[in-house]
Design a protein around this ligand. Structure first.
Ligand SMILES: NC(=O)c1ccc[n+]([C@@H]2O[C@H](COP(=O)([O-])OP(=O)(O)OC[C@H]3O[C@@H](n4cnc5c(N)ncnc54)[C@H](O)[C@@H]3O)[C@@H](O)[C@H]2O)c1
Length: 405
């Protein structure tokens, strides 16, 4: 196992506990070193900086799987990995709680104008006035996108005594006393705080523009901890400067600097009661630990059992922990064959024929296909395992085959 970019220590320990040899490097190596460390690797774990291009992947002949210890997978050529029969795993929802907590904290901060109070105190000004500061209890929170994060925000906000309404493109089971409204406009006109938790899609680009901001209640607040493309920031700056909105919190922006220390510019800089954070909604030590547990779990299930559940680029096959059938003391365990192949007609029948020729029986078969790739797992009753492997390799459509046991 090769873990790069200082993947969390829990991941290193978890692999070692399972008996794997782990090489862990702090940074992201340059292309030449990357090719060198991947030369013998069976699994590579990366974060967002290491680019696994088609060329890099091709230089890793033993590679079985990639673990992205982060949310996104843009840094990996997913199609190239799929064509090689290399599943890529990530952890899309491990930081849900972190984003939800930040969001609810921001609701309170906006209502208490904490950004101004703290700035004044740092400047030596004591102003104990209650003007413009409010409790959140009894206010209406409007959640746009009631998925993993939106629904967590809903629960936390209700614990604060807020009334929760939400809008989602699909009907969702409301948690607690939350209520789904008919459409976005109904939410905008009724909410005291609007918080966005939708994905970046063509439909959500500019979802909150001048027309939607106008529909929001005078004196209301907007929070965007989702994706920068969802809000027209220039229009938001106008709505704040005219006083139509009383404040906003933004963690994501249409254009974000790529590296630490880079300059950041936005139309809302300098506007009163605006909280700006550098896309840290999901960045907590707890989320990092949860990501490590999640990705390690998925990788181990693939390496040890063959399950590809959670893979972003290959067919997902969920397998029982143990091969079915009688695994009693007398009975020997069936072989398990993991077979990635080109998704064309006739491959399975070729596999069946080859195994039947060896006089062996298939006790279980699990197949899924995705685009040009098929993944089948066969449990084959005890026979000459090496011969099974050789015959599977000889099938022309075979991309990669592994005999687990
Ligand atoms: N700030 C951060 O650091 C951070 C961290 C994690 C996630 N995020 C972002 O938060 C957002 C939500 O993440 P999630 O994990 O809850 O996603 P999710 O997929 O669980 O939920 C998204 C919800 O939005 C709904 N939706 C989609 N299009 C919609 C539309 N046009 N109008 C209304 N609802 C719509 C979906 O039906 C779904 O219920 C994503 O954009 C994600 O990238 C940001």
């Amino acid at each position: 196992m090769v873990l790069l970019e200082g993947v969390h220590a829990r991941a290193v320990q978890a692999f070692r506990d399972e008996g794997f040899e782990v090489e862990s490097l702090a940074g992201s190596p340059d292309a030449a070193k990357l090719r060198k460390v991947l030369g013998d690797a069976h699994v590579v774990g990366i974060r967002s900086k290491t680019e696994l291009t088609a060329e890099v992947l091709a230089s890793a002949p033993r590679l079985l799987a990639v673990g992205c210890f982060c949310i996104g997978t843009n840094q990996v050529d997913l199609s190239a990995a799929r064509r090689l029969g290399v599943p890529v795993f990530n952890s899309p929802f491990s930081n849900t709680r972190s984003v939800a907590e930040l969001t609810v904290a921001e609701v309170v901060c906006l209502y208490r104008r904490l950004t101004e109070k703290t700035r004044q105190m740092h400047e030596g000004l004591w102003d104990k006035a209650a003007d413009g500061a409010h409790e959140v209890r009894g206010r209406t929170l409007g959640i746009v996108g009631y998925g993993h994060i939106g629904s967590q925000v809903s629960v936390l906000a209700e614990a604060f005594g807020m009334r929760v309404i939400f809008h989602d493109v699909i009907p969702k089971l409301p948690l607690g006393n939350a209520r789904q409204v008919r459409n976005l406009n109904d939410l905008l006109k009724d909410a005291d705080v609007v918080t966005l938790h939708v994905p970046a899609t063509r439909e959500t680009a500019g979802l909150i523009g001048p027309a939607q901001l106008k529909k929001m209640k005078p004196g209301s607040y907007l929070i965007n901890n989702a994706r920068g493309s969802v809000v027209d920031v220039a229009a938001l700056a106008d709505a704040l400067r005219t006083g139509h909105l009383a404040g906003a919190a933004l963690d994501v922006f249409p254009e974000e600097p790529s590296a630490k220390g880079d300059r950041f510019a936005s139309e809302v800089q300098g506007v009163a009661n605006v909280i700006l954070t550098p896309h840290v909604g999901g960045s907590t030590e707890e989320a990092q630990a949860t990501i490590a547990d999640d990705v390690v779990g998925k990788l181990l299930k693939f390496v040890n059992v063959g399950s590809t559940t959670g893979a972003v680029n290959t067919p997902e096959v969920e397998l029982p922990e143990q091969a079915p059938g009688d695994v009693s003391a007398e009975a020997r365990r069936p072989h398990r064959v993991l077979h990635f192949h080109r998704n064309v007609p006739g491959v399975l029948s070729k596999m069946h024929t080859e195994i039947a020729t060896l006089g062996a029986n298939i006790s279980a078969e699990y197949l899924r296909t995705r685009d040009d790739l098929g993944y089948v797992v066969l449990d084959v009753d005890p026979t000459d395992g090496a011969a099974v492997l050789e015959r599977m390799k000889a099938i022309p459509e075979t991309i990669r085959v592994r005999l687990l046991w």
